[in-house]
Write a protein that binds this ligand. Sequence first.
Ligand code: CA
Length: 217
Amino acid sequence: MRILVVEDEPDLLRGLTRALRDEGYAVDTAANGDDGLYKATEVNYDAIVLDVMLPKLDGWTVLERLRESKKTPVLMLTARDRSADRVRGLDLGADDYLVKPFDLPELLARIRALIRRSASEVRTVISIGDVTINTASRTVARSGDVVALTAREYSLVEYLALHRGEVVTRTTLYEHLFDENDDTLSNLLDVHVSNVRKKLGHDFIATRRGHGYCIEA
Ligand code: CA
């Protein structure tokens, strides 16, 4: 899963980026509204964390323009505990908001919820054959035994599981699993797929030649 963080306070931006990467997300960053809107429009992020008070374009304007073309889930950060600000954000199409200062675990939980909701997934636990994916604890078990996956392997499994029954193209997977700073070799995706198959069974991820990958529903 790939997330964009738009925040102009360097310490907060760094802290958020680190925390999200520790959770296994691919993270892109923008330090002003202009850059944020550009990236949010160019890339299909799984979620966007958007500060309200930003240089160049404020968060409301970014959101308003983004909503002309994209439904990407947006969590807004507001420094002001004023109900009018929150109402404005929600009315412009924000999916959720947090008032600064906020607890990191709460932000992470809200992001997980946004990602589930955008995939129309109401449950936190997805069962596929003998494999169970818990999107709240971000763990995977096979026949009841927890399987150790790397962050990228988990992201791959989660993305395909949230889109189970669909063929997901390689391009889409690259877009959602790797961030703007990853200079990954093109075959790395195959390595992750191969490792997941070793851990969860060869048939867990099907290859659709010329199209991409699929987890059967
Ligand atoms: Ca700010």
